[in-house]
Design a protein around this ligand. Structure first.
Ligand SMILES: [Zn+2]
Ligand SMILES: [Zn+2]
Length: 659
C-alpha cells in the first residue's frame, strides 16, 4: 500500500496510507485537534473530515491540512450550515411533502444564525417552531452521519425529481456541473444538493434554537413561489447560546426604533419616504447637545466650521470620480436651466471647493474644515433599518489638508479627538483596526508604493504615540488609501463601528490641489477624511440603545419634571418651571389633576433624571423634594441647593447622577 505525507501548518510531514480520510490523517497528526475538528481546509478547499485524502493530493508535496475547529468563524459557518440541514431534516420528517429552498449560515446578522426556506403542505405558524426544534433535538441525539455522495447531474435530477423537490431541481439545473455533490443525513429523509462541508455527525450539534418565521420568495423574487423562512441560530456550547439569547432579549428592550417611539424622540414616515428621519423636539434636544459638544471641541482643536450646499453640478461628481465608482448609491440627476445637478452623497468635494477658493501656502496648513454635512444615498429599501441604516443622514465630517510632515500629528489629533468623544458619551471599550492594502493582484490601488508605505507608517506612528493597541487588517483599505477604523462596545457588549480616519491619495490629484511650499514650488497636499460619530443619526441610535433611553442629565430631553401633589401648589410649580427653564434646563411641570403616584410613574417611564415633588410644605419653605430616576427619593432641599447639583451635572457633562 502506498503512502501520502500529511502535515499541519508549521508541522512535520507524517506518512499515512493513501486510503486514509482527512479525519484519519488528523488523528495521526494531533489527537486533540482531530477530536475537536468539524471539517478541514486542504489546499485552500474546505472539505469534510470524511473526504478521502488521495482525491485531494495536488502534486508530490505533503498534503497540508488545516483543521476547522470550534470558536472560529469558519467553524461557526460549518456548524450553522449543518444545523440548517438538521432543520430541513426535521421539517421533512414532520411534514411529508414539504418542499425545500435554500438554507445558508448567517454569520454577520446580529439577529439570526441560519435559515431554511420551506413550503409545507399547510402553512407554518410560530407554534410549530418548538415542535420542529424538538424534532431536531431528537434527530441530533441519534448521532446520524452526514454523508456526501458525488453523482452525475442526470442522476441528481432524477433523485430530486423523485422526491418531488422542484426547487432543488431548478437549482441543480442552473448551478451544477457534470458531477453533483449531494448530502444525506443517514437515517433521516433529508438529501440536499450542496457543496459542503458539514460536520461529520449530528452529535456535534448541541446548542441551537429556532427563533422566528418570516415570509420569503423563492430567489427573493416576488413573481416566484412564496415560501416560509425559518430562522434559527446555533453555537458551540449551551452557555454561548444562553448568553446570546439573553443579549438578544436585552437588545429588543433597547431597540432604538421602539424607544424612539415610546420616548417621542424621532419617527420615520412611510408617506414621506423610507430611510428619512424626522427628529421630534425631544430627539432634537439631544441632537443639540451632541452638536454643541462637538462644535465646542472642534473650535478648541483648531477646526473651522463650514457650511456647504446639498446639491452641485453633475460635472463635479465626474471630477471626483463618484460618477464612475459610486453612481449606484446616488440619487438620479435633476435638471434646471439645461444643467444637471446631483444631491450629494458625500461632503468631500465641497470642502475641496473651499480649499481651492484661494492659493494656499505651506504656512496656511494644516487646514481643517468641519461640517455637520447632510448627505443622501440611494440605499435599497430592504437594507434600511431605523436610525442605523438610512437614506438621509448628517455626517460629523471633516477634511484636513496638510503637508506630509503634518500627517503624523494630525492623525494623533484625530485619534485623541475620537477617544475624547467616546469618553464624553460613556463608551469605554474601544477597538482599533488599521486597514491596509492586501496582496490581491487584481485589487486596484491608487498612489505609489512609497505613498502607501509612508501613509501606513504615519498611522502606525500615531497609534504607537498614544500607546493604542490595534489590529492590522490586510486588504480592507479602500482603493485610495489606508485607514483607521474605531469600534466601541455598548452597554450589552455589542460592537459598533463609528469612527473612520482615512488617507486619500485620489481626490487631491483629481482636483489638482496644491500649496506653495517653502521652496516656492507647488506641491500636492495630503487629504485626510474623518468622521467621529460617523453619522449623527446612527450615533444617536447607538446612544439610545447604549443608555436604553435613560440618558445622562446633560443629554436627557427632559431633565427635570416638576410634580405638584395638589392643585394648591400649581402656581409654585409653574414659577419653578419658568425659573429653571430661564436658567437653561429642559423642564416640564405636570399640572394635570392626577395622583402624585401617576405623575411619578409617567416621569419614570419617560426616564426623566430628576423629579421635583411639591406639596404645601415645600411651597411655604421654597424647597423641593427631589426624586432621582434610579435612586428614588434623595431628600428635601432648598431650590438653590438642587440647582447647584443640577448645574454641576450639566456643566461637567456627568454620565451618572452620583455627584
Ligand atoms: Zn449543506
Ligand atoms: Zn470625505
Amino acid at each position: 500500500m502506498s503512502e501520502i505525507n500529511v502535515q499541519l501548518k508549521n508541522g512535520e510531514p507524517v506518512p499515512v496510507p493513501d486510503s486514509a480520510t482527512v479525519a484519519e490523517a488528523l488523528k495521526k497528526l494531533d489527537r486533540d485537534v482531530a477530536k475537536q475538528a468539524l471539517a478541514a481546509k486542504v489546499g485552500g478547499r474546505e472539505v469534510d473530515l470524511t473526504a478521502p485524502l488521495d482525491t485531494l493530493r495536488e502534486n508530490g508535496d505533503a498534503v497540508q491540512i488545516e483543521p476547522i475547529v470550534p470558536q472560529t468563524r469558519d467553524g461557526l459557518e460549518v456548524l450553522r450550515h449543518s444545523t440548517a440541514h438538521l432543520l430541513a431534516a426535521a421539517v421533512l420528517d414532520l411534514f411529508p411533502g414539504a418542499k425545500l429552498g435554500i438554507g445558508p449560515a448567517l454569520l454577520d446578522d446580529p439577529r439570526y444564525g441560519f435559515f431554511y426556506d420551506v413550503i409545507t403542505p399547510k402553512s407554518l405558524t410560530e407554534a410549530d417552531l418548538p415542535v420542529i426544534e424538538k424534532r431536531m433535538k431528537q434527530i441530533a441525539s441519534r448521532n446520524l452521519v452526514y454523508r456526501r455522495e458525488e453523482i452525475s447531474k442526470g442522476e441528481a435530477l432524477r433523485v430530486f425529481n423523485e422526491r418531488q423537490e422542484p426547487l432543488k431541481c431548478e437549482l441543480i439545473d442552473e448551478k451544477a456541473g457534470d458531477v453533483v455533490s449531494v448530502y444525506y443525513i443517514d437515517g433521516s429523509p433529508f438529501i440536499d444538493f450542496c457543496l459542503g462541508p458539514h460536520v461529520p455527525n449530528t452529535n456535534k450539534l448541541r446548542a441551537f434554537k429556532l427563533l422566528s418565521l418570516a415570509g420569503a420568495y423563492w430567489k427573493g423574487d416576488a413573481s416566484q413561489p412564496q415560501m416560509q423562512r425559518i430562522y434559527g441560530t446555533a453555537f458551540f456550547t449551551q452557555e454561548e447560546l444562553d448568553a446570546w439569547l439573553k443579549q438578544r432579549e436585552e437588545a429588543e428592550k433597547r431597540d432604538h426604533r421602539r424607544l424612539g417611539r415610546e420616548l417621542d424622540l424621532f419617527s420615520i414616515q412611510e408617506e414621506y419616504g423610507q430611510g428619512l428621519i424626522f427628529w421630534h423636539p425631544k430627539g432634537g434636544a439631544i441632537r443639540k447637545e451632541m452638536e454643541d459638544y462637538l462644535r465646542e471641541e472642534l473650535l478648541r482643536r483648531g477646526y473651522g466650521l463650514v457650511f456647504t450646499p446639498h446639491i452641485a453640478k453633475r460635472e463635479l461628481w465626474f471630477t471626483s470620480g463618484h460618477e464612475s465608482n459610486y453612481a449606484d448609491s446616488m440619487f438620479s440627476p435633476m435638471e434646471f436651466e439645461e444643467q444637471e445637478f446631483r444631491i450629494k452623497p458625500m461632503n468631500c468635494p465641497f470642502h475641496i471647493g473651499i480649499y481651492k477658493s484661494a492659493q494656499r501656502s505651506y504656512r496656511d496648513l494644516p487646514l481643517r474644515y468641519a461640517e455637520l454635512g447632510t448627505c443622501y444615498r440611494a440605499e435599497l429599501s430592504g437594507t434600511l433599518h431605523g436610525l442605523t441604516r438610512v437614506r438621509g443622514f448628517t455626517q460629523d465630517d471633516a477634511h484636513i489638508f496638510c503637508t506630509k510632515e503634518n500627517v503624523r500629528s494630525e492623525i494623533v489629533g484625530c485619534i485623541d479627538f475620537a477617544f475624547n468623544v467616546y469618553e464624553a458619551f460613556g463608551f469605554t471599550d474601544i477597538k482599533v483596526e488599521l486597514s491596509v492594502r492586501g496582496n490581491d493582484p487584481n485589487a486596484h490601488y491608487l498612489g505609489s508604493d512609497d505613498d502607501w508605505e509612508s501613509a501606513e507608517a504615519a498611522l502606525v506612528d500615531a497609534l504607537n504615540a498614544r500607546g493604542i493597541a490595534y489590529q492590522r487588517v490586510e486588504g480592507e483599505a479602500v482603493f485610495y488609501g489606508p485607514k483607521i477604523d474605531i469600534r466601541v462596545e455598548d452597554a450589552i457588549g455589542r460592537t459598533w463601528q463609528l469612527t473612520t480616519v482615512q488617507f486619500d491619495f485620489n481626490l487631491p490629484r483629481r482636483f489638482q490641489l496644491e500649496y506653495i511650499g517653502e521652496d516656492n514650488k507647488p506641491h500636492q497636499p495630503v487629504m485626510i477624511h474623518r468622521a467621529l460619530f460617523g453619522s449623527v443619526e446612527r450615533f444617536f441610535g447607538v446612544l439610545i440603545e447604549h443608555y436604553a433611553g435613560a440618558f445622562p442629565m446633560w443629554l436627557a430631553p427632559v431633565q427635570i419634571a416638576v410634580l405638584p401633589i395638589t392643585d394648591r401648589v400649581n402656581q409654585y410649580a409653574e414659577e419653578l418651571e419658568r425659573e429653571l427653564r430661564a436658567e437653561g434646563y429642559r423642564v416640564e411641570a405636570n399640572l394635570r389633576s392626577e395622583k402624585i403616584g401617576a405623575k411619578i410613574r409617567d416621569a419614570q417611564l419617560q426616564k426623566v433624571p430628576f423629579m421635583l415633588i411639591l406639596g404645601d410644605r415645600e411651597m411655604e419653605q421654597r424647597t423641593v423634594a427631589v426624586r432621582e430616576r434610579a435612586k428614588g427619593d434623595i431628600g428635601v432641599m432648598p431650590v438653590a441647593e438642587f440647582k447647584q447639583m443640577a448645574r454641576t451635572l450639566v456643566e461637567t457633562r456627568a454620565l451618572t447622577n452620583n455627584q
